[in-house]
Design a protein around this ligand. Sequence first.
Ligand code: AMP
Length: 587
Amino acid sequence: MPEKNREFNIDGVIEEFEALTKDAGRVQRETLRRILEENGEAEYLQNLGLGGRTDPETFKACVPLVTHKDLEPYIQRIADGDASPILTGKPVTSISLSSGTTQGKPKLLLFNEELVYSTMQIYRLSFAFRNREFPIGNGKALQFIYSSKQFKTKGGLIATTATTNVYRSEQFKSTMNDIQSQCCSPDAVIFGPDFHQSLYCHLLCGLIYSDEVQFISSTFAHSIVHAFRTFEQVWEELCADVREGVLSSRITVPSIRESVSGLLSPNPDLADSIYEKCVGLSNWYGVIPELWPNAKYVYGIMTGSMEPYLKKLRHYAGNLPLISAEYGSSEGWIGANADPGLPPESATFAVLPDIGYFEFIPLREKPREQELERSAPTIHYTESEPVGLTEVKVGEEYEIIITNFAGLYRYRLGDVVKVAGFHNSTPKLKFVCRRGLLLTVNIDKNTEKDLQSAVEEATELLAEEKLELVDFTSHADMSADPGRYVIFWELNADACSDDVLHSCCDRLDRSFVDAGYISSRKAQAIGPLELRVVERGTFQKILDHYLCLGAAVSQFKTPRCVGTSNSEVLQILCSNTMKSYFSTAYG
Ligand code: AMP
């Protein structure tokens, strides 16, 4: 057993999880009791007439289902400096900002010690599961992690993204030590004010410690793909830095310069070896195992909106396994990947029954084209009464409701999940999509997942041309009559024939199989789908735009639908459009 595992008992962590999940129903009741007792003082709960009762039945009868909008006034009071127990019994230590990339604007949420604790709990559990299957030795991790801007609220609390709140916590470093995941880069790089400089230095530090790196990771897979796309551009400069032992002049932030320069000394042998390996690669296939020969896997969230990046990630990772990381949000954690050996496309998340109290609103999916004649087609989902964690059924879809130690009581997270099976008596969830409707013009309703599937089908035509889709998003254009879907694509090369792109456009249009869409297209109540090809680097501009607003790269998810309210992003997309194609799929 590696040295450090003596302190952190991997088997013990899994055994504890096994015991908890064998009795998930009881653990859930117990967790609800603890949440309600610890926060019994909170004004929000006081007003709901629980009268000290903590059983699930009373809880459901007294506490309403809420969305973030309902809690906003309470959270705002806390941010403004009201220190009385409003949503939680214990004091709130800081405010978290969600990435804001799925909804358009960041949500304010509470952050406290309980969230730090549960984050460490899920990190340890996930590590235990993956280390059982893919053991790593002592060494380091090349982690593409970045803090985001921090600011003080009117009431003096620090507000920043949840990941930054975690990186700032005392427990983070010691947990990373325990789970053998010490980042190659110094803190100055993680907390640097300029993302581009931090990314360059993450790559450089990774190269300096190339023999020690045990795995490559980031919170979301997008950051890893982004890092290696950048590597393709800057690898020669990185080699020069390693060779000379002098940091590139592109690094101007003094704290980053100082700390990274301290790690550098002239190393021509390493530089030669990196150079030879890079020139020997074919189109960067397998660059990760080539440069980090002791890496055992690539790790990060690869499900949901990260799936479109998997192909490129596999390309860079070559023969290394891709392990999909845990499921959670700024609001709180939900589940860990207990089967890390499965490919990301099949990843599921076993819910930790002591991390929160979970309910599930059963959803019945909207009817598809073939069901159109038999039923009213306009309902996207029908929903019924929420059920408990152990009452969900395999194969069914649900919206998750969270009650946790961070001041959320029956909070609709807005994510749709499918129950893939059970780990003992706790469900294993497959992430489906965000609940919010994405594209709708008429009676059509297409989700992020529907868009993703359509894009996946259409890009098959690109593969035949050896072209890649770098990123994509969409917009429902209502300025025209009838309205229509506009899909924006960034490709990895400018040379693509108009014929191919026309075919892609038609294929996209046909690949939306939602009954409402097809019938509206046939009746010309929705206009022909438009495919717009944007200049290379457009999605980088969108990322930069979000970073300016305070988002964290660590939590960045490309917005898959850009509404008119998101005028700046829409403007970036429109002003960078190079070519446009209209579908002829429906005549
Ligand atoms: P944020 O709080 O802004 O970081 O975003 C949290 C959201 O990211 C969740 O509500 C999910 O929609 C998505 N998310 C988080 N973890 C996963 C995962 N493992 N798979 C798919 N989507 C995820």
